[in-house]
Design a protein around this ligand. Structure first.
Ligand code: G
Ligand code: G
Ligand code: MN
Length: 525
């Protein structure tokens, strides 16, 4: 398709150009943070000319500024956005970035529509950003001094990304959709995305992932530390008339499927976590009351924590790069067979071993060992993760834990309140044993919906609907019902509060039920 100057001028005259708005969303909570403005051209019979055709044509014909200003003015005029505090992202062609008049022009359009420029992000595609960086950077600085933010679009697809990052005052990186779309299948894309996110963090730029089409992509990006995203999964670009509806949508609905039940099993891959999370993991690693290390296939220490260094009575730095045989020669023969088995793929846990007293003076010691094979994405064993617990410490911990449990159990059985836990479907998954004493129903029978069998027939529906209401609205429960006790009725009051997961969905409801005086019940009603 060829587009002539006359075509575009006619299109402008007939108001055929207009903006659409694609939501940009916080990946975790699903909260809407803004929209990217994308140009559209509708010609006769509801036919569209794709932007990949008319944008380059307008650039070549010297009409891009006019077109861009028309789109920008209409975007600013979208009142549901300008009246909110949502941000707008607007694409500029590189040729525009070479136009010294551009900042003044944009400023005057913004003033006309009273759109604050600190809510505008200018996206520049890096593929187009090749020549005359000096001039581009003057215009970019002028835009920044008007309050605009600057984003590097389609990051990773150009051939001098780093140079551009360095030369222009960017605030944001937009991760190209080609990486996002292959990251759940291709290790290379995953690595690239992880590095871009890390780069963003270390340069204090925000990272926005483009082209998110599936919940798995959103979830993986979230765990990698990417905060913002856009794509069909969160919504396609919509016309100005539909923006109000998108703004009204609850955040929950947008985040819908991303924390699937699967994510509970999602483990962090150390290779793909950004630097700050790695530092946090290192702190956990060092603080763990367990000796931890990772051995490579040659049984050399790749990493270890302070606790293990203490146990071995050798400074941590003197472990790295050396073999187990070199660092602890007197113990090595005892553990070598297990390390070899783990390297062959067999997980070994709870191995109890008594270390002989060493010549250097450390006393004999009983330890519990675990050797877990560590595999790469292809399933090959690349090393062994070792955990070592001092058995004397562990025995003490076990005892303390047992005492705490006993204590809790005592508390629960002395408490006149019956504690209960419901799952997200409103089924009982735990309750204290007084329920059995009160109702005669076994605890086993009470689980799920079994407990409803002890309720007065007339109170079942109201109780069930109180639970469903609480799940739907995340509000607390306060409901009264009667239970049968040897033909006599007892009034019970049950109160509870939901606990929410990261997405704001009900995970559990915790509560108590107690017998109440029916006269109080009358007052409460
Ligand atoms: O939906 P999509 O097909 O809108 O966009 C195709 C390409 O056109 C993208 O690379 C996008 O950045 C670009 N584009 C969309 N709208 C504009 C615009 O208003 N100005 C410029 N310069 N590029 C745009
Ligand atoms: O180059 P730029 O990033 O500005 O381009 C945005 C383009 O991406 C537009 O053409 C827009 O229609 C398109 N787009 C938006 N969301 C998705 C998506 O989830 N998948 C794909 N394939 N394209 C998308
Ligand atoms: Mn863009």
């Amino acid at each position: 398709m060829r587009v002539s100057e006359a075509d575009i001028l006619r299109g402008i005259e007939r108001d055929e150009f207009f903006p659409v708005f694609q939501p940009i969303v916080a990946l975790g909570a699903g909260e809407l943070v803004g929209f990217e403005v994308l140009a559209r051209w509708r010609v006769e019979n509801d036919q569209f000319v794709p932007p990949d055709i008319f944008i380059p044509a307008a650039e070549n014909l010297g009409l891009i500024n006019r077109l861009s200003n028309i789109i920008l003015a209409q975007a600013f005029a979208c009142t549901p956005i300008s009246n909110s505090n949502l941000a707008l992202s607007f694409n500029l062609s590189t040729t525009q970035l070479l136009d010294a008049q551009l900042p003044t022009k944009m400023d005057s359009i913004a003033r006309e529509y009273r759109f604050p420029l600190n809510r505008l992000t200018i996206e520049i595609t890096e593929t187009a950003l090749v020549d005359d960086l000096d001039r581009a950077s003057e215009v970019a600085s002028a835009l920044k001094s008007l309050g605009c933010r600057l984003a590097l679009d389609d990051f990773g697809t150009g051939y001098s990304s780093m140079k551009h990052l360095h030369s222009l005052p960017f605030d944001e990186l937009k991760i190209d959709r080609s990486f996002v779309q292959s990251m759940t299948e291709k290790r290379e894309s995953r690595k690239i995305v992880a590095s871009v996110i890390s780069l963003g963090h270390s340069l204090e730029l925000s990272a926005v992932a483009e082209g998110i089409e599936k919940p798995e992509q959103a979830e993986m990006l979230f765990w990698m530390g990417c905060n913002l995203g856009q794509g069909w999964f969160y919504g396609p670009p919509v016309a100005a008339s539909e923006v109000t509806e998108i703004i009204a949508e609850p955040a929950r609905q947008r985040s819908r499927a991303i924390f699937s039940s699967k994510s509970a099993n999602q483990s962090l891959s150390l290779e793909t976590v950004p630097a700050h999370r790695l530092a946090q993991l290192q702190a956990i690693y060092d603080g763990a009351p367990v000796g931890l290390c990772f051995l490579d296939r040659q049984m050399r220490y790749v990493s270890l924590n302070q606790q293990l260094a203490r146990m071995n009575n050798v400074p941590a730095a003197e472990h790295i790069g050396r073999t187990v045989a070199e660092v602890i020669p007197e113990i090595f023969p005892l553990i070598e067979p297990y390390i070899r088995r783990a390297l062959a793929g067999e997980p070994i846990s709870h191995l109890e071993l008594t270390k002989p007293a060493s010549a250097s003076g450390s006393p004999a010691q009983t330890v519990i060992l675990s050797y877990q094979p560590v595999r790469d994405e292809m399933g090959d064993v690349v090393g062994v993760s070792v955990a070592i617990t001092d058995a004397t410490v562990r025995k003490g911990m076990e005892e303390a834990l047992r005492n705490t449990e006993d204590h809790c159990r005592n508390l629960m059985s002395l408490n006149p309140h019956i504690l209960w836990v419901l799952n997200a479907r409103g089924e009982v998954i735990d309750a204290s044993p007084q329920w059995q004493q009160l109702t005669g129903q076994s605890m086993e029978d009470a689980m799920g919906n079994g407990w409803l069998g002890c309720l007065h027939r007339d109170d079942v529906d109201s109780t069930v609907s109180a639970i469903q209401r609480s799940i739907a609205s995340r509000a607390s429960i306060d409901v009264m019902y009667r239970i049968r006790d040897n033909g006599r009725c007892k009034w019970m009051r049950s109160r509870g509060a939901p606990r929410l997961d990261q997405c704001g969905e009900v995970e559990m409801i915790y509560g108590i039920v107690e017998e109440i005086d029916p006269r109080l019940h009358a007052i409460a009603r």
